[in-house]
Design a protein around this ligand. Sequence first.
Ligand SMILES: Cc1cc2nc3c(=O)[nH]c(=O)nc-3n(C[C@H](O)[C@H](O)[C@H](O)COP(=O)(O)OP(=O)(O)OC[C@H]3O[C@@H](n4cnc5c(N)ncnc54)[C@H](O)[C@@H]3O)c2cc1C
Length: 318
Amino acid sequence: MKIVVVGGGPAGSTAARFLAPHFDVVLIQDKKWTKPCGGGTKTTLFDEFDIDKKLIKNKFSFFEIKFKKNSINLDIKDDNLSIVFRDEFDEYLRNKAKQNGAKIIYDKLIDIKNNTAILKKQSIKFDILIAADGVNSITRKLMNLPEVPKVLTHYALINKQIKKPIFYFDRIYGGNFYAWEFPHLNKTHIGSDASTFQNFINHLNIKTSNKGYFIPSWNKNIKIQQNNIYFVGDSAAQVMPLTFEGIHYAIESAKILANSIINNLNYQKEWNKKFLFHFKIMKLLENTMKQKILREIMLFSFKSKFIQNFSVKLWLKS
Ligand SMILES: Cc1cc2nc3c(=O)[nH]c(=O)nc-3n(C[C@H](O)[C@H](O)[C@H](O)COP(=O)(O)OP(=O)(O)OC[C@H]3O[C@@H](n4cnc5c(N)ncnc54)[C@H](O)[C@@H]3O)c2cc1C
């Protein structure tokens, strides 16, 4: 059976890696680039998916939450948060797929007709196509499926060194979500909801040009399969509500998808078994944070050690 995987980010590379020992797998990636991303992910991911820890640029046991005049140091224990650089991380994952037998082609999918993936330079017939082509998925458009709901972020890499990740929860900086500063070796990755980015950089007292990119906003109604076409990662909006972590969930979801194809299981049901409950709870919290009063109550509750420990457990669980 021939499987074409479109998109060699964390989702596509992982799907190709686990499917390649069983099927004839081709992984299509349009370009070598640095996917806009803070690169923050749970350190447990590296052992869980046999990913080389040499890719970790920074590791943290604490991060800081700021709102109003409060600053809370959250103990996430044992270096549980790691930062990767997405250009080398994605390339490493593509090489893992290659080592398992996937063929990597650098080309761009432009159309799909009669179970054939039409690329700029060639066409490939498939039995199954996996669309791991990110938040702006061309496959969704070609299949006439609605785009995934998404939030526009603005981000920048600035010349500043900080010791731990900082999350800013004041609406003036983070909008309905949060603004962030993530250490990237001797630089800092900053970003926020596009509408509040200027306020945020004014607050940090820096001048920088920014770029924009979308993060998917998950809901339970997003279609993740249409006949022999499967969606995974950002193209399926599999990004954790509220925290907006996508790397871990793209990789885990891709493994679920690969297992579902190998064992002839229902992908949506398998995904729901693992993630639906947790994603629904986090969506509820995300919606709560959009309401001014409830947001303040939630943030003030973070002063409690009990709430801190509970949140860390909830975060580490998946
Ligand atoms: C500003 C910002 C900061 C973020 N920070 C974090 C963070 O700190 N931690 C975290 O966990 N998540 C973060 N995310 C989310 C995270 O980046 C994504 O959820 C994650 O990259 C999803 O992986 P993916 O493989 O599904 O998609 P992608 O990483 O987007 O990979 C899709 C790949 O498909 C390729 N592609 C697209 N179209 C085609 C085509 N037609 N033909 C061939 N190839 C194609 C693209 O080039 C791309 O490399 C952030 C997102 C943004 C925008």
